[in-house]
Each structure stands twice: as C-alpha cells, then as structure tokens.
Design a protein around this ligand. Structure first.
Ligand code: AFD
Ligand code: MN
Ligand code: MN
Length: 432
C-alpha cells in the first residue's frame, strides 16, 4: 500500500493550528539566542537515515515471535513499507538490505520500485552469523560453527569471502556503495583459539573482499564485544575495528552500532577518536539498557545520543575534521511494538538529538573549555539539550509533504489495519 499526499494533509489538519503557534514561539526563543530557525529547519530536513530491511518485521522475545499482522512477506513489500515510512517522516531516503534475507531476484524492477517511492539502496550487509551448512545459498555448505572469516580452515574462509563478494554483486546491481561486515566470529572458551591468528585471518579475508570492491565502494567493519555463549569476539571493540580498517585500505572504515559496547563505555569519545582519524563509517542507531537490546533509539540514553551528536556536529558543520561522509542507519528490533511506529520514533529521536546539537554555541563552548570552566560548559550543553526542538522537526517534515505528527497520522490513517487487510495477518518478514 501507499500513502498519498492528500491523506497525509488530511491527517495534518488536526494539528496544523497548534503546530504553527509552536513554531512561532520556538522561533522567537531561538532568535533571542542568535539562531536562525530557517537554517535549522533546512538542516534537519536534509538529514536522512537509512532503514534496515530486517527491522520492518517483528523480531522475537524469549516468549516467541508475535507477528504484528500485515508484515512484509517479500523484498518488494519491505520496500513498500520503507516508502510508507518515508511518506510520513520524510527522514528516510534509503533502505539497507541484508543478504541472503533480501536477495533481489530482478534488480532492475527492485530499483524501479524503490525509485518510485523516493528510495535508494544504502550499504548492503553480509551474513556469516547464521550457519551456512544447510543454506541453499551457500554452495559449499561448510559450517560456521567455529567462525567464518576467522576460521582455521581455509575452505570455510573461502566460502565466507565468496559470500561477501556475492553480496557486493547484488549491491552493485542495486546501486549501493558500501558493504557492512559484521562477524559473530570469536571463541566460546579460553584457549579455544589463538587471538592473534584469528585476527590475522579476519584481516587477510577482509583484504581479499576489499580488493574486489568497485573503486567507489567502501567497506564498513562493525565491532561488537559479545554474543550469547561467548568468551571472546574477534572484532570486539573500536580499536580492533580501526586496526582492521587501517590494514585493509583507505576506504575501509569503522561502523559504530550503539548497542555494541560494554556497559558504560564512552561512545561519544569513540566517535571523536574515529572522526579524528578519518575512519568513522557511520552508525547503527538503537538503544539499550544492558547489552545489544536493539531498542528504539533514544528511549533510554537520550543524553548520550545528544552527546554523540555534539561530536558529530563539529564534523558536520565543516570544522577541520577530515572524514568521508557518514552512513546513518537504524539497527533495531521490534518485539512488542509495531515496527513502523517504532522506526518512526527512532527517526524522531535521531533528528531531535541532531537538532539540539545544532543549537550549541560552539565558540562559547570552546571558550569555556579553554578557560577550564566545567560549570559554564555544562550550562551550554544543558541549554541545548533541554530545548524542545520538536516543532522544527515537524516543520521540516511538513515542508516536504510529511506528517506533523507521524505516529498519530499512522494510526489515524489506519496504516496497519490496511496492511493486514492487504497482506493478511499471518505474514512473517525474513530476518532474525
Ligand atoms: C546483528 C548484529 C549487528 C548487525 C546486524 C545485521 O548484532 O547489529 O548489524 O545483525 O547484520 O543484529
Ligand atoms: Mn548493527
Ligand atoms: Mn547488534
């Protein structure tokens, strides 16, 4: 199904008068601080975040998987859902596919479908974390029980390399320009494998994949310290990721998934370091209380998200940092919420943190830092963080034809009910 502009306009009518007033009041406040609301609206409106194809259906909880109804049962339907998100939010212009969950059987048709909805294809993701043994898509059928690119057996590594190359081929057909490699490789017990040799094997395998990339393509390495039943993972932290990126090549960079850190890790500092080295690839946005919970972005640590954007804005606003453009993506899982509503909430949280970080009087902050004035530095940060810029977000959406209040519009327009009617209540999306 598709949402047309007349429907969205109708849903907007209810909020229109109050929204106007909110924008006026906020604009006046911002002008007093020397900020130009028009510039902020333009920047917020231009900020686009990719949607992962695997997040459009429900994931599972310990109690099982509870499909929401009307879930996308095919790649085409996933693209349609991303189109719905785009129509409402105007904050997402691309979709990130996962192979083999989303193999495009007819790339031309898939591209056309996406283009018609205003969507492009973001980084493609390979999958060597589900065992290849009985996978029809893995011709050699060798097991990843003891890892993929790190495996002691050269044939298993070969299979994993070939899979990644196949993912690149699909990505080329769709117009993607990067591959994200996340590995579940590691050990379950101390002594099981040699840390150094495992790491060297991953490094050499990544180099092989990198060598085969089209010249304009980038490779993103995604680190993660743990998996259930793990003692160690090979690409455990940003340091390992950076070592791999450096060894692999200039266009290999480090992706930061917000859930892939040990508790209390200072993620904003990692972001600063990677930017400084020109090796930050981008983000997988989500949130977590304890580990890789893949919850809605900003639902728990929203101040951390703001602080991350404080670092990012320094780069985005054209300072002296030299880093290639960043890839922005959500990587969340929806177990008890409607995935589309949840994604809309994540998009809002990301734009909010960005908008708040844009409010910072940077020179004043630097002055406070240079004068060792932590109290004033905190005033500056808090003044930005505690400003509710949601009217600017709504205005940015509205100007592009989106919804003033996307979740409410989604419900008012009965999107899920219409999807259930169209697709049935038993469909299940591919993914975890
Ligand atoms: C898993 C990983 C990681 C990765 C995603 C897609 O934890 O976040 O990005 O799969 O490959 O959830
Ligand atoms: Mn991720
Ligand atoms: Mn994850």
């Amino acid at each position: 199904m598709r949402l047309n502009s007349a429907e969205i306009e109708k849903a907007n009518q209810v909020h229109s008068a109050a929204h106007r007033r909110d924008v006026e009041v906020l604009s006046e406040q911002l002008a007093r601080r020397g900020l130009d609301p028009e510039k902020l609206i333009a920047k917020i409106g231009a900020f686009q975040v990719a949607v992962p194809s695997w997040a459009l259906g429900t994931g599972g909880t310990r109690f099982g998987r509870f499909p929401i109804g009307g879930e996308p049962g095919s790649l085409d339907q996933k693209i349609e859902d991303a189109g719905l998100l785009r129509a409402l939010s105007r904050q997402t212009a691309s979709i990130s596919l996962h192979i083999p969950w989303d193999i495009p059987r007819d790339a031309k048709a898939t591209r056309e479908l996406a283009a018609g909805l205003g969507l492009k294809f973001d980084a493609v993701n390979s999958n060597t974390f589900q065992d290849a043994k009985n996978h029809s898509n893995m011709p050699r059928g060798l097991s990843y029980k003891f890892g993929s690119l790190c495996h002691s057996d050269a044939q298993v590594r070969r299979q994993a390399v070939e899979h990644n190359l196949e993912v690149v081929r699909y990505g080329v057909e769709l117009g993607s320009e990067a591959i994200t490699v996340w590995l579940a490789d590691g050990t379950n017990y101390p002594g099981q494998a040699n840390f150094r040799r495992q790491f060297e094997r991953v490094r050499d395998s990544l180099k092989e994949i990198y060598k085969a990339l089209p010249p304009h393509w980038a490779m993103f390495t995604e680190h993660k310290p743990y998996e259930p039943n793990f003692y160690s993972s090979v690409v455990s932290d940003w340091g390992s990721s950076l070592l791999l990126a450096r060894a692999t090549g200039e266009r290999c960079r480090c992706l930061v998934d917000l859930g892939h850190h040990l508790p209390n890790t200072n993620i904003e500092q990692i972001v600063s370091r990677l930017l400084m080295e020109g090796r930050l690839a981008g983000f997988h946005f989500n949130d977590s209380k304890y580990s890789d919970d893949d919850l809605t972005t900003g639902c728990i640590k929203s101040y951390q998200l703001f602080l991350i954007f404080v670092e990012l804005v320094e780069f985005l606003e054209g300072g002296s940092i030299k880093n290639p453009p960043l890839a922005w993506m959500i990587d969340a899982s929806h177990n008890t919420k409607d995935p589309l509503e949840d994604l809309v909430q994540s998009l809002e949280a990301i734009a909010l943190a960005y908008g708040q970080a844009l409010l910072l009087p940077r020179r004043e902050l630097e002055e406070a830092q240079d004068h060792n004035d932590p109290a004033w530095a905190q005033e500056i940060l808090q003044n930005a963080y505690r400003t509710d810029v949601r009217p600017l977000l709504a205005e940015a959406r509205l100007r592009q034809g989106g919804a003033i209040y996307p979740v409410e519009a989604y419900r008012r327009l009965g999107v899920r009910e219409r999807l259930v009617k169209e697709r049935g209540s038993g469909t299940v999306a591919t993914g975890l």
